[in-house]
Ligand binder design. Structure first.
Ligand code: GRF
Length: 200
């Protein structure tokens, strides 16, 4: 029987944050963690490819197979419950979770957001829109946040943050690139923090 803490990662995109977790486990930084599965709502998500390459269960769940988002999430709850997980990590999961899902895993879902919450978060604040808003507002700092997921989008308790300066001439691309590098470190730090809190 494995005594490792089990996590499931939900990802819709390239999965560099997922890769950071895989690499940290391999490097022994999170050697008490095991990724039970990576689940995506996008068939072509490179995150699934990364999971397969690392020998991790890679599961695509097609939204078209469900009559509603709620039904989709009910199925997700079932799938994830089978793994008996300690933590669900949203690493670029571009689908809003239903309250049903969030309530099924209270205090067990964390999300990484590419800005300094509570600023630049909430509905519609994802991907490039976050960085566009940051640049438009002319703030001097941005960064990334890992927080617990609650019913209100991007408003759950903050676990950890990293800041970076916004440099004159920054574009969405340059800013998001620098923040992503910080995200990879922050996510590992935050997962460690969550497990220390609940006792590894
Ligand atoms: C990250 O910027 C994350 O903050 C946001 O989506 C992006 C995912 O990137 N939620 P990746 O798929 O981990 O490369």
């Amino acid at each position: 029987m494995s005594l490792k803490r089990k996590i499931v990662v939900l990802a819709s995109g390239s999965g560099t944050n997922l890769q950071a977790i895989i690499d940290a486990i391999k490097a022994g930084k999170l050697n008490y963690v095991e990724i039970a599965a990576v689940i995506s709502n996008k068939k072509d998500a490179f995150a699934l490819e990364r999971a397969r390459s690392a020998g991790i269960n890679a599961i695509f769940v097609n939204p078209k197979d469900f009559v509603s988002s709620i039904e989709y999430d009910k199925n997700l709850i079932k799938t994830i419950s089978n793994y008996n997980v300690d933590l669900i990590v949203l690493a670029g999961y571009m689908k809003v979770l239903s309250e049903e899902f969030i309530n099924a895993f209270t205090n067990k879902i964390i999300n990484i957001h590419p800005a300094l919450l509570p600023d630049f978060g909430g509905k519609g604040m994802y991907g490039k829109y976050v960085h566009e808003a940051v640049l438009k507002s002319a703030v001097k700092e941005s960064g990334c946040t890992v927080h617990f997921v609650t019913a209100e989008v991007d408003a759950g308790p903050i676990i950890a943050q990293r800041k970076i300066p916004v440099i004159p001439g920054d574009t969405v691309e340059s800013l998001s690139k620098r923040i992503l590098i910080e995200e990879h470190k922050l996510l590992i730090e935050a997962i460690g923090k969550v497990f220390v809190k609940v006792g590894t």
